[in-house]
Design a protein around this ligand. Structure first.
Ligand code: SAJ
Length: 406
């Protein structure tokens, strides 16, 4: 039996996937409300294909509990925030989960850490916890790092098809855990050491962050001299060895806006490009805010209360608002003491911010300038409703005449 600990955005789909492929799974989370919701037969967030996968897993007998289970394999998938000042990983949730596992696990158990951690975290924080409990790693407890790679919005498909990395001290243990993931994963699974696995995961997200920053910097350069950044990127990308990403209003989510900071925190004098890239991405919401003020002035709009932000989530077609550019922009705007901007997002049904609307038409009727912060399918399908509005399109999805860009 596998005890999956932490039933959030990664732990839940992983637990469901294992269960629906014939593995006996108990999912554990300390959040009683979350466990009660799952036990009532409901999923806790929206994701393509998740409800169907949940139904399959329930049929296959998955169970959910707030209790840690006595078993031989644990998969730990808890959050790893970073300290905003030191930029270093905060391993407190993993440490606490491993401590709890150590209280009940039998000798011979394998502990798999799925959470993303900065390189060296397992050596520095996790091994000592296991040893303090009287276990010898490699003899009494096997330690594995199996970072996930799935993208919100396409998690179920990517869980099945992405290649994966397994880091283990011992090849045999690595192969055993590889076989477990291979129960559902059709991609190639590489077995390596723990430090390499830690580093590859962080590097993958850093690569994307740096590339997004490059696109954002191009947007700023092009804005300065009124050039069309989208057309320039489109043409450059016709070169066989150029593949520039898209500029946007900022980078959110719990991965790309967080993981690269681990490298900056640990190697401040070496991670220069990464540091600058993260600052560029973090500066985008302010850049958009300045564009809003410019456009208001150009169009004689005096009151920020007539400006509406479309989209609150960190990217399209997900219901996750962690580190979202819209939240960052609102925080920044609040310091200007102007009237609050209006906000609407079809995926956020509960009130998350001030002046939030729950109906697209109502939102639009109270707004003169609409800022497309997130390219949800809903707005793509309702573009005609923006024809009378002044539009700042941060994603180049609107082909109405006179649209402004970042
Ligand atoms: N973004 C841009 N321009 C782009 C692409 C993205 O501004 O061209 C923005 C998005 O709008 C969003 C942010 O970047 O705000 C991040 O979105 P994303 O879709 O690039 O990635 P995440 O954070 O949802 O998922 C990433 C993925 N990592 C990579 O693609 C290297 C995923 O595979 C990881 O599993 C995930 O991080 C994670 O959990 O680490």
């Amino acid at each position: 039996m596998i005890n999956v600990i932490g039933l959030g955005y990664i732990g839940l789909p992983t637990a469901l996937m294992l269960a629906s492929h014939g593995v006996e799974v108990i999912g554990t989370d300390y959040n009683e409300e979350l466990v009660a919701t799952l036990n009532a037969g409901k999923t806790t967030f929206k994701e393509n294909g998740l409800d169907e996968l949940f139904a399959d897993a329930l049929k296959s007998g998955i169970r959910f509990s707030t209790e840690y289970q006595v078993t031989d394999t644990y998969i730990i998938s808890v959050p790893t925030p970073y300290d905003k000042f030191s930029k270093k990983v905060d391993a407190c949730y993993i440490i606490s989960a491993v401590k709890s596992v150590m209280q009940i696990c039998p000798k011979g158990a394998t502990v798999v850490i799925e959470s993303t951690v900065s390189p060296g975290t397992i050596d520095k924080f996790i091994r000592p916890v296991i040893e303090e409990n009287g276990f010898v790693i490699g003899e009494d407890i096997n330690l594995v790092h199996a970072p996930e790679r799935i993208i919100p919005g396409n998690m179920v498909h990517e869980l099945l098809h992405n290649d994966r990395t397994i880091g283990a001290d011992d090849k045999t243990v690595g192969e055993k855990i590889k076989a477990l993931y291979a129960s559902f994963c059709e991609g190639e699974i590489v077995v390596t050491d723990i430090r390499t696995a830690e580093m590859t995961k962080v590097v993958e997200n850093t690569f994307r962050a740096v590339n997004i920053a490059f696109a954002n910097e191009l947007a700023k350069i092009c804005r300065h001299d009124n050039m069309d950044v989208y057309e320039i990127i489109r043409i450059c990308n016709m070169h066989p060895r150029v593949n520039i990403l898209q500029p946007g209003p900022g980078v959110g989510g719990h991965c790309i806006s967080v993981d690269p900071w681990f490298l900056v925190g640990d190697y401040p004098s070496l991670a220069k490009v990464i540091d600058e890239s993260m600052k560029t991405n973090d500066g985008m919401p302010d850049f958009v805010l300045n564009r809003i003020y410019e456009i208001m002035q150009e169009n004689g709009i005096k009151d920020t209360a007539r400006v509406g932000l479309y989209g609150l989530t960190y990217k399209e077609n997900v219901d996750d608002i962690r580190e979202s550019p819209t939240l960052q922009l609102l925080e920044s705007q609040a310091r200007h003491l102007a009237a609050p901007l209006k906000v609407y997002d079809p995926f956020i049904t509960e009130d998350a911010v001030e002046n939030q609307y729950h109906d697209l038409d109502e939102f639009l009727s109270d707004t003169d300038l609409v800022v497309i912060m997130v390219k949800h399918n809903e707005i793509k399908e309702n573009m005609d409703k923006l024809s009378e509005k002044i539009v700042l399109d941060c994603h180049n999805i609107c082909d109405l005449p006179g649209v402004y860009h970042i």
